[in-house]
Structures are given as structure tokens and as C-alpha cells.
Design a protein around this ligand. Structure first.
Ligand SMILES: [Fe+2]
Length: 207
């Protein structure tokens, strides 16, 4: 396990430049810290080394890397939030939570996609679980470890199927829809490898 260094923090700011849109300086630095921890505690050296997939081996893009998805979902969520706030000034939508939540929604992926973890889990699934912890739950762990507020940890934990078991916050709803929308559009636009399309995105007639 590597240490979190200033160089790694700088690298995270460079790989996820949308972090600069977070107005609260403390929140901004905690997002950077959480991502630096996510990488330091994995065998990856960069978010750009992680394959651009929704789950390991599923919904794999034909090009790019994991930052393309994370940044795309964040920008999509920001634009949806901007539209809803502009046309509904009384809607209590928090810009900073949307951006931090977008950037952190898949922060558990370095863990779930880690080749060393995959090998360990696949060797003895009934001993370890496969995976032992999915990325939304591990993402909650990292967010809280880095001192991020529960609103952001909630988005990491509830962005995927796990969120069907709870009531999603307003910002969590925006990020969840941005994530689903991003994958649905990626599929419709022909940038998902056909053999990796997961069941929930399959339709009798292809999207
Ligand atoms: Fe995602």
C-alpha cells in the first residue's frame, strides 16, 4: 500500500479537473484526499489505468479510460442540476454536493477492479465473496475515511442498485440519473463493446 503524497494529490487534481468547480475549499481538498487514498490503497498508479467499464468486465467502452466516465457523469450531473435549479429557484439543490458526489460516485472502483483483489476473490469466492465488497460500499468507506460529509458518502453508496434500498437525496438522484443516462447513451451511441453489455441494459430490440 502506497502513501498519500503531495504528488499523488496533484495528480488527482489533474486527472479530475472538475474538482476545481467545487466552491468550498475544504470539500474540494477532501475529494482530492479520498481519490488519493483510493489509488494509494490499490495496485493502480492512476485513475487513467482503470478500464472504462461499469463493473469489472461489463459495459466496457471501446475507447478511453475510467476518468472519461467519472468526468462525463460529473459534468452531466452539473448540467442537469443547473437546469433544474434555473427553472425551479426554490429547489434546494446543492451545487458542491452534486460535483463532489459525481466525482466520488465510483471512487470504490480502484478496489473492485484491482487485478490483485480479483485474483484473490476468484480463487476462493466462497471464502472471500466475489467481490468481497462492491464499489458503492467500498466507496462509502473511502469517503468517510477522507472526512467527506455523509451527503457525498450517500451518493457513492446509493448511485447504483444499492440505492434502490434507500430514499435517495436530491443530489444523489441527480448523480444516479446522470450515471444511468451516461451508460444508456454510451450504449445507444455504439461505444460499448457488445459482448460486455450487462443484462439490465439489454432490450428485446437493441437500444
Ligand atoms: Fe458510474
Amino acid at each position: 500500500m502506497a502513501e498519500v503524497t503531495e504528488a499523488l494529490r496533484r495528480q488527482m487534481r489533474e486527472e479530475l479537473p472538475e474538482v476545481a468547480s467545487i466552491q468550498d475549499a475544504g470539500l474540494r481538498e477532501r475529494v482530492v484526499e479520498a481519490w488519493a487514498l483510493a489509488i494509494a490503497r490499490s495496485s493502480w498508479r492512476s485513475i487513467r489505468d482503470i478500464p472504462p467499464a461499469g463493473n469489472p468486465g461489463q459495459m466496457l467502452l471501446t475507447r478511453g479510460d475510467q476518468t472519461d466516465h467519472i468526468r462525463g457523469v460529473t459534468r452531466l450531473a452539473m448540467r442537469m442540476a443547473e437546469e433544474m435549479a434555473a427553472s425551479n429557484p426554490d429547489m434546494p439543490i446543492r451545487h458542491d454536493i452534486v460535483v463532489a458526489g459525481g466525482l466520488c460516485h465510483d471512487i470504490g472502483k480502484p478496489w473492485e477492479f484491482d487485478p490483485e483483489n480479483r485474483r484473490r476473490w476468484e480463487a476462493a469466492p466462497r471464502a472471500t465473496g466475489l467481490p468481497s465488497i462492491r464499489h458503492p460500499a467500498y466507496g462509502v468507506h473511502l469517503c468517510l475515511l477522507a472526512g467527506l460529509p455523509e451527503e457525498v458518502a450517500h451518493i457513492a453508496g446509493a448511485h447504483s442498485g444499492e440505492g434502490e434500498l434507500v430514499v435517495r437525496s436530491l443530489e444523489s438522484t441527480v448523480v444516479h440519473l446522470a450515471d444511468i443516462g451516461w451508460w444508456t447513451m454510451a450504449l445507444a451511441g455504439g461505444i460499448v463493446k457488445p459482448e460486455t453489455i450487462s443484462a439490465k441494459y439489454r432490450r428485446p430490440i437493441s437500444l
